[in-house]
Design a protein. Structure first.
Ligand code: CP
Ligand code: NVA
Length: 333
């Protein structure tokens, strides 16, 4: 039985700079260990269970979580929207108290952010946010590891993967990331995470698409503290000026909204031409959390040598592995 409150992971906004860097370095250590068989796995979570409660579809987050849990020797119990009473027929409060009484951790993908907050409040075991409408913390950990690796290896396809001599605090600060797209959970997580590690962020969203005020406040305070730039504009060209990295995500929303959004996001598709017009750095690289649709980025960019999207997707596994190792094995972030 647990007496003290467990630690949760709902957003990188709740992490100190050191905690964030620790998760990145631990991800890299575990990747080297697991992918390149540097040492024999110890399976520290043998006999432990993670409830994976997803009320929405997922490819990457689910595969990353289940395979990471297997690597650690534990069991990932997938509970989809059709399987359990996740806010349907039973309150989230009751679900959280019941499920957490039988498992060692909960990874949950929810609709509204208040749902993950309730789960965490009522849970006797650590709760990890696997995506809410406000934040997507495990995604941005993968993005940061991917950027670090790119800066470290100076290539998209390193032929060997060994322990890193450089710390992410030597590779990440000073980068300029440009966001072109919707004001969604991915942008909001980038806003609270990037300034913390010294990365400049400029975001272009169409008029009427704005981030939540409390997220803006956190991002501004962090940017001031770390001396990084935080720019908001409605012009994609302005956002990508001098950018090292261009990032976007799906912006089409639901089918019924598609026609409206196609008009509002006109000029927001990431293309080689847009990058050139806006004056991105000559060696700019492209990132996207996936799943991707051509409306936000064309095939030429998406499948180009500049695109880090597939290493970024793979790094979901190594970063989720580090989160599980921290919260369930070491019991602290
Ligand atoms: N990037 C991401 O979270 O993908 P899934 O929705 O497939 O998990
Ligand atoms: N903004 C997207 C991200 C998917 C990983 C969503 O919330 O569905």
């Amino acid at each position: 039985t647990q007496t003290s409150k467990p630690q949760h992971f709902l957003s990188t906004a709740d992490l100190t700079k050191d905690q964030l860097y620790n998760l990145l370095t631990r991800s890299i250590e575990l990747k080297v260990e697991a992918k390149y068989n540097v040492s024999t796995p110890t399976r520290p979570l043998t006999g432990k269970t993670l409830a994976v409660m997803f009320s929405k579809r997922s490819t990457r987050t689910r595969v990353a979580t289940e395979s990471a849990m297997a690597y650690l020797g534990g069991h990932a119990m997938f509970l989809g929207a059709q399987d359990i009473q996740l806010g349907v027929n039973e309150s989230l409060l009751d679900t959280s108290r019941v499920v957490s009484s039988m498992v060692d951790g909960i990874m949950a993908r929810v609709g509204g952010h208040d749902e993950i907050v309730t789960l965490a409040k009522e849970s006797s075991v650590p709760v990890i946010n696997a995506l809410s409408d406000k934040y997507h913390p495990t995604q941005i950990l993968a993005d940061l590891v991917t950027l670090h690796e790119y800066r470290h290896h100076k290539t998209l396809n390193p032929t060997e993967y060994t322990a890193h001599q450089q710390h992410p605090s030597e590779t990440l600060p000073g980068l300029k990331v440009a966001w072109v797209g919707d004001a969604n959970n991915i942008l909001q997580e980038l806003m609270v995470a990037l300034p913390k590690v010294g990365i400049h962020l400029s975001a272009a969203c169409p008029k009427g698409y704005e981030c939540q005020q409390d997220v803006l406040d956190i991002a501004k305070a962090e940017a001031k503290k770390e001396g990084t730039q935080l720019i908001f504009t409605t012009s994609p060209e302005e956002a990508i000026k001098d950018a090292d990295v261009i990032v976007t995500d799906t912006c089409m929303g639901q089918e019924e909204e598609k026609a409206k959004r196609l008009a509002e996001f006109a000029g927001y598709q990431v293309t080689m031409d847009l990058a050139k017009r806006g004056g991105a750095k000559p060696d700019w690289i492209f990132m996207h959390c996936l799943p991707r649709k051509p409306e936000e980025v064309d095939d030429e960019v998406f499948y180009s040598d500049r695109s880090l999207v597939f290493p970024e997707a793979e790094n979901r596994k190594w970063t989720i592995l580090a989160v599980l190792d921290s919260l369930l094995v070491k019991k602290s972030l």
